[in-house]
Design a protein around this ligand. Structure first.
Ligand code: SF4
Length: 425
């Protein structure tokens, strides 16, 4: 077992008989697996050692995407959070190492997208005298033409100081205009109880600035519903924020107490009520869409990097990180394609290459089927006439017999045009 939960609570009953690789021990995973296979239980949990180096060998889930963790831990102490207990305070990876890792992924290994991740992207560098824009400005320099970078989750407090620089980066042609800012609640009272260290106004300040300064920006957020101190009025404030911004991606989490966290000591909201709130927000989320019918016909340039779950489409994204599906027969993974939107759904737009006509269909086996049937019939008739029932054509299909006869004559004339004339009926 590995990850934050097993690191923070190794004595949970369900972890009693398993080996655990701690969050600071990931470079020792081979050793742990080896010992476990021999029947030993191994638990490497000490956090008092340096982080594993960035250049550890890795297997990518998608060979076109490099997921680069830029720091571990964070500067907050959110009262519901187990991750903090496992990962501790912020430790930023050095700027030069991160840039080199990105450069190698793009230039030596051919990845097409760089996804930056961390517990809180916005806090990067605060422990080493730098700020996030310092890193982002260096990273964009190593992105080759045709490749893109996507920023990961960033809490409101730290990017608030750098709105202009972040907007500038998001407007860079090789950076997706995408921001994931987890608001968690729109009630200042609840945010305070969560110790999130920002207010609703701060969140709105960031969202409004980005909407005004980054064309077509895509803002995703997270909500925690039924936090122990959330009243109906608090919940309604969160609903109101969702109505206002109509977030195209909204991760709705019903609060669940994590053992050992301060919030776990608070009295839980009744489960039925908690479910009601979750259902109401889910319903609100389903009631609007970024991908409206008016968007049908729009032209987009998209980078396709994976196959969709339906196995019929490639998944591409435009500059705004909007998801656009392209029929697989037109896609080449890792390449850009100009497409026209032909249909919309709640979560994506469906498209066809802009180069093909509206009603033009790709050539598929289905299109070749009638031709195949026609050929089969001809072969069958020919075989009947030749082997089973000589004279079949003359008796049943005289027009074909004539044509056949004419062909034979023409052929014979050809063979004899340099010799004496021969008479044929
Ligand atoms: S939820 Fe809060 S404490 Fe936990 S990792 Fe995120 S910022 Fe840190």
């Amino acid at each position: 077992m590995a990850g934050c939960v097993s690191q923070a609570a190794p004595s949970e009953p369900w972890l009693q008989n398993v080996s655990i690789v701690g969050v600071k021990q990931i470079d020792r995973i081979v050793e742990v697996v080896g010992e476990t296979l021999k029947g030993n239980k191994v638990r490497l949990l000490t956090r008092n050692r340096p982080d594993a180096v960035l250049s550890l060998p890795k297997m990518r889930k998608n060979e076109l995407i490099e997921v680069l963790s830029i720091s571990t831990g964070c500067l907050n102490n959110c009262t519901y959070c187990k991750t903090k207990m496992a990962r501790g305070d912020l430790v930023s990876y050095p700027l030069a190492d991160l840039v080199e890792q990105a450069r190698a992924a793009f230039h030596d290994e051919g990845v097409k997208e760089l996804w930056l991740t961390s517990e809180d992207l916005g806090a990067w560098g605060r422990d080493i005298g730098l700020v996030l824009p310092d890193l982002l400005r260096e990273l964009v320099k190593v992105i080759p033409d045709g490749s893109m970078m996507r920023l990961g989750m960033t809490n409101p407090p730290y990017i608030l100081d750098h709105l202009e620089e972040i907007a500038e980066i998001l407007n860079h042609p090789k950076v997706y205009a995408f921001l994931h800012i987890p608001v968690q609640s729109a009630s200042d009272a609840v945010l305070n109880d969560m110790k999130r260290e920002y207010s609703r106004r701060h969140f709105e300040q960031i969202a409004d600035y980005m909407i005004a300064n980054v064309p077509n920006i895509y803002i995703a957020t997270d909500m925690i519903l039924a936090f122990p101190t959330e009243t109906l009025e608090d919940f309604e404030e969160s609903m109101e924020l969702v109505r206002k911004y109509k977030f195209p991606s909204l991760f709705i989490n019903q609060y669940y107490p994590r053992s050992g966290t301060p919030a776990a000591r608070l009295k839980k909201i009744d489960t039925v009520e908690a479910r009601k709130r979750t259902a109401a927000m889910s319903e609100l989320f389903r009631s609007y869409t970024r991908y409206t019918d008016e968007r049908i016909g729009e032209l987009h340039r998209v980078l396709v990097t994976e196959v969709a779950a339906d196995k019929l489409h490639g998944v591409g994204h435009n500059k705004s990180y909007e998801q656009i599906l392209v029929p697989l027969e037109y896609c080449k993974m890792g390449e850009w394609i100009e497409v026209r939107v032909t249909a919309v759904t709640k979560f994506s737009m469906i498209s066809k290459p802009a180069s093909i006509q509206e009603d033009q269909q790709p050539l598929s086996l289905m299109h070749l089927f009638p031709l195949a049937v026609f050929c089969l019939v001809l072969i069958t008739l020919y075989s009947v006439d030749r082997f089973l029932y000589p004279g079949f054509f003359e008796e049943w299909l005289p027009f074909l017999a004539d044509a056949h006869h004419d062909e034979q004559q023409a052929e014979m004339w050809e063979h004899h045009d340099n010799s004496d004339p021969v008479f044929y009926e």
